[in-house]
Design a protein around this ligand. Structure first.
Ligand code: FAD
Ligand code: SF4
Length: 507
């Protein structure tokens, strides 16, 4: 036989380079469900069922199209990619293994080693599922003292003529962020358009049963699985978002509300990351909606910025620092991850609701990830690797290339300022402004010391105190260092005491 073509769980792209010169007589496709990807490397029930269900649906389509496919299921009890791959290679002889470059350095290393052990050549094919091309980010980065997403985004918009009028941004502005920070006020969101949810079909039900049987101890709940798992469903999900929610995406991008996980967000990250949708088609759909006057510019630009800007930017940074990420710990954070991240047991209403949502759906929108679960871990001083493993394992859309720079960079500042210029820190007042969580919480977001003090607020000032040197270098955060010094000694002492109390007795 000629090529053994590997398709990993996040490579469900019928247009990938693997298919370009595929010869059914001489080549084989190969997919594998292996237990280590959920146990040795943590993966929640929601995430595992999503990946395996999408894989089985993709495999079904391949079979319908008569592709010769070798598929290892959980029942075959292969623990890892190398084990499944070695078993295949033992019974079949191939000239070469081919695989689209995986989005996780660990997986590349594993497959590479296995190929070496089996004395077979491996060819990595380019991943074409992104807007930027091979080498484009590297060339851009080479000319920068400090990378900033904004300038990378502007370059892509200009080069690809997205929301542009010749060389000027449509609307005369690159950025509408200041219009996009509305909260739902006291009354809350009115008449939220419920997103299209996809009920489990026979394949998903079988996957769920297999996961319960072969991987019984995974975190989280699976009662309400409703993610798109096929290309067709992904297209429907895109259409539904564009029609019903895009117009308010900008306004309420940062707002949170109890028991409303989706709000005006797209829920498209899983489709994009598993490669059921291409970023180009998602961006084109949003741009067309603006051209038809069916959504305002602040919403469309805000949405496109996430995909064209942030998504392409973090990917570039992941590969630029590929082996370094997991060693980073710029703030010297040393604490273990509090157990509330696994069971949502906390008196803190914002954390309780945000973690519960992750356990139930494998989802939190960006601000919940950055300014609730991420912020608390940052203020608590959680070891970067521990919080990274939680994000990678618990969210349905998590793949190393996107999760790692977001968690270790943007959220935890473990990178010392590669992804963003400063740590994203805030007190409970921010959460109070952007959500209704504080209304059902025993703590007071305005209070920094004493029994009713909001732990976010106490730990915010503790963080400012601990990292004065770093924060003083930034104009806005430097102000907060001054504010800390403007507090009386008694006040400072009361906050420090409360922080010490919290480190011993987390509510
Ligand atoms: P929307 O709010 O509708 O946004 C639209 C799309 O923009 C998303 O689907 C996503 O593809 C893209 N996007 C938005 N923000 C980012 C970003 N910062 N980086 C990359 N793409 C972005 N996103 C993941 O896809 N996988 C992850 O593992 C992941 N981990 C994160 C960890 C932390 C600590 C933080 C702060 C953010 C993380 N994000 C991750 C980014 C972002 O939170 C999610 O992409 C988004 O919440 C997914 O929900 P949605 O599809 O409804 O997004
Ligand atoms: Fe969260 Fe503090 Fe508000 Fe409670 S008071 S919900 S802990 S921000």
């Amino acid at each position: 036989l000629r090529y053994l073509n590997l398709i990993l769980g996040d490579q469900l792209d019928a247009e990938s380079l693997l298919f370009d010169d595929f010869d059914s007589q001489r080549d084989r496709l190969w997919m594998a469900e292996v237990s280590a990807e959920s146990t040795e490397y943590l993966s929640s029930k929601q995430r595992t069922v999503l990946f395996l269900s999408a894989m089985r649906h993709f495999a079904e389509q391949l079979k319908i199209n008569s592709y010769p496919l070798i598929y290892w299921t959980l029942k075959d009890k292969k623990s890892s990619f190398p084990e499944a791959l070695s078993a295949t290679l033992k019974h079949n002889s191939f000239e070469k293994i081919r695989c689209v470059l995986p989005g996780d350095v660990r997986v590349i290393n594993e497959i590479q080693q296995c190929a070496k052990g089996s004395d077979i050549e491996i060819e990595w094919l380019a991943d074409q599922h992104f807007i930027s091309e091979k080498g484009e980010f590297k060339a851009w980065l080479a000319n920068r003292k400090q990378p900033r997403m904004e300038f990378w985004y502007r370059q892509l918009r200009k080069n690809r003529q997205i929301l542009m009028e010749n060389d000027q941004p449509i609307g005369g502005q690159w950025n509408f962020d200041k219009d996009n920070r509305k909260s739902f006020g006291k009354k809350g969101p009115s008449k939220l358009p419920a997103p299209l949810l996809f009920e489990a079909d026979d394949i998903t039900r079988q996957v769920t049963a297999d996961v319960e049987k072969f991987l019984p101890n995974l975190y989280g709940n699976i009662k309400s699985f409703n993610w798109p798992v096929t290309r067709q469903q992904a297209l429907e999900a895109l259409k539904d978002f564009i029609k019903h929610r895009l117009k308010h995406f900008g306004d309420y991008q940062d707002a949170m509300w109890t028991d409303e996980p989706w709000l005006y967000h797209s829920r498209l990250s899983t489709c994009l990351n598993l490669k059921l949708l291409s970023p180009a088609e998602v961006i084109a759909a949003a741009e067309t909606t603006y051209a038809k006057n069916e959504a305002p510019l602040n919403a469309v630009e805000g949405f496109i910025r996430q995909i064209l800007g942030w998504r392409e930017y973090v990917r570039g940074l992941y590969w630029s620092y590929r082996d370094d990420w997991l060693q980073m710990n710029a703030l010297n954070a040393r604490r273990n991850l509090p157990t509330l991240y696994w069971d949502a047991e906390s008196e803190m209403a914002c954390l309780h609701h945000s973690v519960k949502q992750v356990l139930d759906h494998g989802y939190g929108h960006h601000i919940q990830r950055l300014m609730v679960t991420g912020l608390f871990a940052l203020l608590w001083g959680v070891k970067p690797k521990a919080i990274h493993e939680w994000y990678l394992g618990m969210y349905v859309d998590a793949v190393a290339w996107v999760e790692i720079p977001n968690t270790l960079g943007m959220s935890q500042y473990a990178d010392g300022g590669i992804v963003g210029s400063k740590p994203y820190i805030a007190s409970g007042a921010y959460i109070d402004r952007m959500s209704n969580y504080c209304q059902s919480c025993p703590f007071n977001p305005k209070q920094a010391s004493g029994e009713n003090a909001c732990p976010f607020t106490t730990l915010y000032w503790h963080f400012v105190d601990q990292h004065q040197d770093l924060l003083s270098k930034n104009p806005r955060l430097g102000m907060q260092v001054k504010n800390w010094h403007n507090k009386s000694q008694e006040e400072q002492q009361a906050i420090s005491q409360r922080a010490e109390f919290l480190f011993r007795n987390l509510p």
